[in-house]
Write a protein that binds this ligand. Sequence first.
Ligand code: GUN
Ligand code: FE
Length: 432
Amino acid sequence: MALSQPEIIFYGPLINPKSVSSFQALPKCLLAVGASGNIDWIEEHVHESALQDVLAHRGSLNVSFIRLKHGEFILPGFVDTHTHAPQAPNTGSGQQYELLDWLKEKTFPMEARFVDVDFARRAYDLIVKRIIDSGTTTCCYYGTLHLEATKILADVISKWGQRAFVGKCNMNRNSQDDYVEATVSGSINATHALISHIRALPPPRLVEPVLTPRFAISCSGPLLSALGDMARADPSLRIQTHISENRNEIHTTLKFFPEATSYADVYDRHGLLGPRTILAHAVHLEEDEIALVKERNAGVSHCPTSNFNLRSGICPVGKFIDRGIKVGLGTDVSGATSTYADKQLPLSALLHLATVGGAQVCGFDALLVSVRSDTGNPGLWSADLDQELQVGVAGGKVLEAWLERFFFTGDDRNIRRVYVQGRWIGGAEGEL
Ligand code: GUN
Ligand code: FE
């Protein structure tokens, strides 16, 4: 695949998230991306008449220049803090079940198929590209328990140029016979092998390994302890797992770990709860657990679509934000039916959670979004219809209105280009 070279200048509207409660909407922005793929400079208010002067002053007259059309804008890329790549073929199916039955009846049987590396290669190639075209520039992936298939997942992500964290599930109990790890040492050795594989991928190094104890029910105490030891030995390793998603799950967890005072305590006492931990769901945490998560500075991946579809409950995400807990959005495919970011909170909070809330990194990871009618999305009221009917936008907040329309009625047709580290890697606008 030909990756386009960075060193581009964009001229047009830019949406810049600032915090949970605010974002900047800059209608006439000049944004330069350097050869490294990082943002070199931004000029926030540049009128047409001053454009040539600013470019000349910056010494940027010969750089590739993209002038956005009416109805287009630049938005930071989406960060999906929790998804299961091998569950994508199950999307939309099995939602008559709640969590534990759903895992048994639908999820584990599908994941078991990834023992077949040819299937894994074909499936992951399609799945990762779909996720990129949905505007996800950074993604935290669970693979399966298989080392070889998860190496393939990392290879495919690296090939497509997405920024990602990739983990092989650790799971040595409570699963079907052909989809469970036999020994703690086997699980740990395979995890080391995956980490080495990912760290040896060719540049640009945008894929990182992440320890992935599936959830407490899937892991024996010794397995959790061994993973805790790995995390302690390597401070650059992140950890992802599930927590307090479903009442029956919590009850079962506490039965398997009778010495623990809570679900969060299970992870804490095995050295798995810290600033590098991403906890998916966290729907039913008790007050003492919320305090512990905050104290350990762990982050929560809020997965609203999945929580709704599997009837897990409503995550008190507003409370977490108020308490200063780090929160990002997760799709949790295939608990969720969509790879798009979700949408319930005020616009500024949605933007924050979908983008910088989950982000650590700061290359140019962005989307060129269009709310024009030529995107072919009939459900979205387009900027050209505003012009045709001379509809004004209340308060002149045109860019905010476009963003809102995109969030609530947009889809992958409106994501024209997807950039990661300055490289154009996907989107609806034709072949690369
Ligand atoms: N808990 C353990 N495994 C899973 C999974 O694959 N999906 C969800 N939603 N919860 C889990
Ligand atoms: Fe999940």
